[in-house]
Design a protein around this ligand. Structure first.
Ligand code: SF4
Length: 497
């Protein structure tokens, strides 16, 4: 089958993306979080199957574990003939176009389509997807009445077994679908023709490279652009970057010459790059920040997971659940650097244990530094709400938190190597170039927050030896995060000497 739902939506976002998938897939740089999102989408799809009551699923696999499309098509035909009320993964194909409908629901005079999404809102790309399904089914001779999308209700709070009627919101999108449906026939024809050509097509870069999804071929398609370029401007909207790019404003020199409006960070980014400026240090600003800190001084960093289907009672879909922290601390001026850490048991809700350890490890009224404290503060507030008996202490920690990011956000330190990014992963190598001890790539197994989440969630049921090894990797990763903050703080002090 040449087209499927996912191939159609790839074409809908950018025809060349589909062409690349067909002929140069090896050049894709997929988001490392994609695999887990895909697995989670499957889990959500399985859970939603019962939304309309009893159902029969068509899914079949070949001996080597692949989806058996032929068997699914056959099963669907059989269940349709039997008048089954709810067919899950109902498979259809027509003129080289294939789709499997999440739930095909029989009505008095035809069928309704239910598409399940592990997202908390309806996006245009979902409507394009549904329109394609409706078209394939109608082309196959089915009468389609209404089309619904079942998506995640982010106000749902788990209490006991997952209540699928609480977890999902079902919305009728039949009317919204119209403009997307009107172009499906032309699009499918054009898409099939597009991928039949062997010659690599040209495609302008633009906002379609990042909307609705980041394209995995960006590195390849933008390989001839100067680095950095207009698409790298700090927090530039995709539409704006496209507009400037089409006007021929590509390199940072073009940006400078054009006089386009820039925010403070973008101006700094462009000036430092084009003029080759060295590190900017505002000693007075840094000193004013450092003077607000006091001892004992703590450096705190959380690791969290978020899952679409809440794992435990009292948790909402996609809620950030802290499972680990690292805490470096210095008790008095020129005192020794000490370290504490916590990593939850992967088999139960980690929140109570982490909250208890936090109040044990951080005394009230202590000065606590985080990098981008909004994240840590929100987690502390959520823990305080969940555990009223620990609330006063947890909120005290939150209220005494200071943000190391402020130094960089306020522009007291800037280095060209930061490339306009204030993330600690950009600031650190800029201020400590070539320090192998601070290179996250030199860590084993866990190198970033996404991998930390995936690793923690994968521990359940793992054999003891592998589990223990990965827990050590998690501890090492989180420890480096707070060590990085300590070193940044020390470097700031050195700047002021
Ligand atoms: S990088 Fe942009 S132009 Fe290239 S395939 Fe992706 S979306 Fe299309």
């Amino acid at each position: 089958m040449k087209l499927s739902k996912s191939k159609y939506t790839r074409y809908w976002q950018c025809p060349k993306m589909l062409w690349m998938d067909t002929y140069k897939k090896e050049l894709a740089r997929e988001d490392p979080a994609l695999e887990r999102r895909f697995a989670e989408g499957n889990e959500v799809g399985d859970l939603a199957m019962g939304l309309l009551g009893d159902y029969i699923e068509t899914t079949a696999y070949t001996e080597d574990g692949k989806l058996d499309i032929a068997a699914m098509l056959k099963n669907t035909k059989k269940y349709l003939a039997q008048g089954v009320e709810n067919i899950c993964e109902a498979a259809f194909s027509k003129n080289n176009c294939y789709c499997a409908v999440d739930i095909l629901h029989k009505t008095a005079d035809g069928h309704d389509i239910y598409e399940v999404k592990s997202s908390t809102e309806i996006k245009d790309v979902y409507l394009a997807d549904c329109a394609y399904q409706k078209w394939v089914l109608e082309s196959s001779g089915l009468k389609i009445g209404r089309v619904f999308i079942a998506y995640i209700n982010n106000n749902y709070v788990r209490c006991g077994e997952v209540d699928i009627h609480g977890l999902f919101t079902i919305e009728d999108v039949t009317e919204k679908l119209q403009p997307f449906y009107a172009v499906v026939a032309d699009n499918t024809r054009a898409a099939l023709e597009y991928i039949s050509q062997k010659q690599e097509p040209e495609m302008e870069l633009g906002k379609h490279c990042s909307q609705p999804y980041d394209c995995p071929y960006w590195e390849y398609c933008s390989r001839n652009l100067p680095r950095p370029n207009v698409f790298d401007l700090y927090r530039i909207r995709a539409g704006k970057a496209e507009e400037y790019y089409k006007e021929g404003i590509v390199s940072f020199s073009d940006v400078l010459k054009s006089g386009i409006p820039l925010n403070d960070m973008q101006r700094k980014q462009v000036n430092f790059e084009t003029l080759g400026l060295s590190t900017h240090v505002d000693k007075l600003g840094i000193k004013a920040f450092l003077d607000t800190l006091s001892y004992p001084l703590y450096f705190l960093d959380f690791e969290t997971f978020q899952t679409c289907i809440p794992l435990y009672d009292g948790i909402k879909p996609f809620q950030q659940v802290p499972f680990q922290y690292s805490l470096h601390y210095i008790e008095e001026p020129d005192g020794a650097l000490k370290h504490k850490e916590f990593l939850a048991d992967e088999n139960c809700d980690p929140r109570r244990a982490i909250a208890e350890r936090l109040v044990e490890d951080i005394p009230q009224d202590a000065c606590v530094l985080a990098y981008n404290k909004a994240f840590e503060c929100t987690r502390l507030k959520e823990l305080a709400q969940a555990f009223p008996d620990l609330s006063a202490h947890l909120l005290n920690i939150r209220d005494n938190m200071r943000d190391l990011l402020d130094v960089f956000r306020d522009g007291f330190v800037y280095d060209r190597a930061m490339g306009g990014s204030l993330s600690i992963k950009s600031v650190l190598p800029a201020l400590f170039p070539d320090d192998p001890n601070l290179n996250y790539h030199n860590l084993a197994d866990v190198h970033n927050g996404t991998e930390a989440t995936d690793t923690f969630l994968s521990l359940r049921g793992m054999d003891r030896k592998q589990r223990d090894h990965l827990r050590q990797s998690l501890l090492a990763y989180c420890k480096l995060d707070t060590m990085a903050m300590v070193l940044l703080w020390q470097r700031l002090r050195e700047f002021c000497v």
